[in-house]
Design a protein around this ligand. Structure first.
Ligand SMILES: *Cc1c(COP(=O)(O)O)cnc(C)c1O
Length: 373
């Protein structure tokens, strides 16, 4: 049987590194509840992500829910967001008792169209929740301007943007809070895990209480909290992975550059351009397939790749606003760009250890099957 190339593959640290770290847990018997590995990872990530404050969480989704809760947004408030994202972003808004208001995206980088945000602001708007989709950063300066003008909060879903910097600043320093996902499929992972980053130091305690049942001391529960703590085994995995993440990103860069070389001249395949003043993490390799110029629909390409053992992803299709649980509930404006992109986007396999031969095989197949006339 032909080998399979999956869309992603989790990076693994050397097993000995992890075992060595586990020895500490066997010695201490302290397995969760903000142990030493948790603090060590928090400190190291704060530095790596170049942020002022960070609180580790059990996963990216709970990071979103905890961040929304920490900012104390009034119940029923409207949150302007993008439908071109992983379903978690929209779920977090709705599960927090807030109302998602979907804004269209830009064709240039697939992030929220900042020039369409103001038209969606009403007296009930409480926040903007944009997504640095594929690690492409949103128009953070313009979004801040709008948020200041209307006195509303900004929470970034930076799940794809681990380690990304803009003008030398950590991407997690923008807005009132940002969230990261450390899920096994992300550039940096703790198996499951996540974090909220912020500038306001008061948020540290608020988030600590929220992720730990609101417990202040042995006998005092001061607020209503959840359980969203990152355990020591996950923190250990994070500490091990963090040692190699620069290397992983460098390897991803090589894969990305090879894809670019091989696919940039193919008619009907659009690749996003890197942005100035941004250091990328090469998290994903999305291509936009224009069926007229390429001669095939995205779904056909997906199927042909699959028949050849290559597993790409229609990421993100459908739009979250079109999913059964949200359809016809919250959408107020047409989402033409988002819909256009969602129908034509394909994320190609990309991970640190994907061989350049495999990249060539994928790219050559894409060349062969396109423009057939
Ligand atoms: C992965 C992801 C999340 C959720 O993170 P988990 O760690 O899987 O809970 C949220 N938003 C986006 C955009 C993601 O890609």
């Amino acid at each position: 049987m032909k080998k399979k190339i999956l869309v992603t593959e989790s990076s693994m640290p050397p097993l000995d590194d992890y075992i060595e770290m586990l020895q500490q847990l066997w010695d201490s018997h302290w397995l969760t509840n903000m142990g030493t590995l948790h603090s060590e990872l928090e400190n190291k990530l704060k530095e790596y992500l170049k942020v002022e404050g960070i609180s580790l969480m059990v996963n990216g989704h709970m990071s979103l829910e905890m961040a929304l809760s920490a900012l104390k947004l009034p119940n029923g408030g409207e949150v302007i967001t993008t439908p071109f994202t992983f379903i978690s972003t929209t779920h977090a808004i709705v599960r927090s008792g807030l109302k998602p208001i979907f804004c269209d995206i830009k064709m240039s980088d697939f992030t929220i169209d900042e020039e369409k945000i103001e038209a969606l602001i009403t007296e009930n708007t409480v926040a903007i929740l944009p997504v640095h989709v594929y690690g492409n950063i949103c128009a953070v300066e313009r979004i801040e301007e709008i948020a200041d003008k209307y006195n509303i909060k900004v929470i970034y879903d930076a799940a794809h943007a681990f380690g990304v910097t803009y003008k030398g600043k950590g991407i997690g320093t923008f807005g009132n809070a940002s969230i990261f996902s450390f899920h096994a499929t992300k550039v940096f992972h703790t198996i499951e895990g996540g974090a909220v980053t912020f500038n306001n130091p008061e948020l540290y305690q608020t988030l600590y209480n929220l992720k730990n049942f609101g417990i202040r001391s042995e006998e005092v529960v001061a607020e209503v909290g959840a359980n969203a703590k990152l355990n020591e085994f996950c923190a250990a995995m994070g500490l091990c992975n963090l040692r190699y993440v620069e290397d992983e990103i460098a390897k991803r860069k090589r894969v990305t550059e090879r894809y670019r070389e091989l696919l940039s001249e193919v008619k009907g395949i659009r690749i996003l351009k890197p942005k100035p003043e941004v250091t990328s993490n090469y998290a994903y390799f999305p291509v936009l397939i224009d069926e007229t110029a390429y001669g095939r629909l995205r779904d056909e390409v997906y199927d042909i790749l699959k028949e050849n053992g290559i597993y790409s992803r229609k990421y993100f299709y459908p739009l979250t606003s079109d999913q059964a649980c949200f359809r016809n509930k919250y959408q107020t404006v047409p989402l033409n760009h988002a819909r256009y992109v969602s129908d034509r986007i394909l994320v190609l396999p990309l991970y640190a250890d994907l061989s350049l031969e495999d990249v060539a095989e994928i790219a050559n197949l894409m060349k062969e099957i396109g423009n057939v006339r």
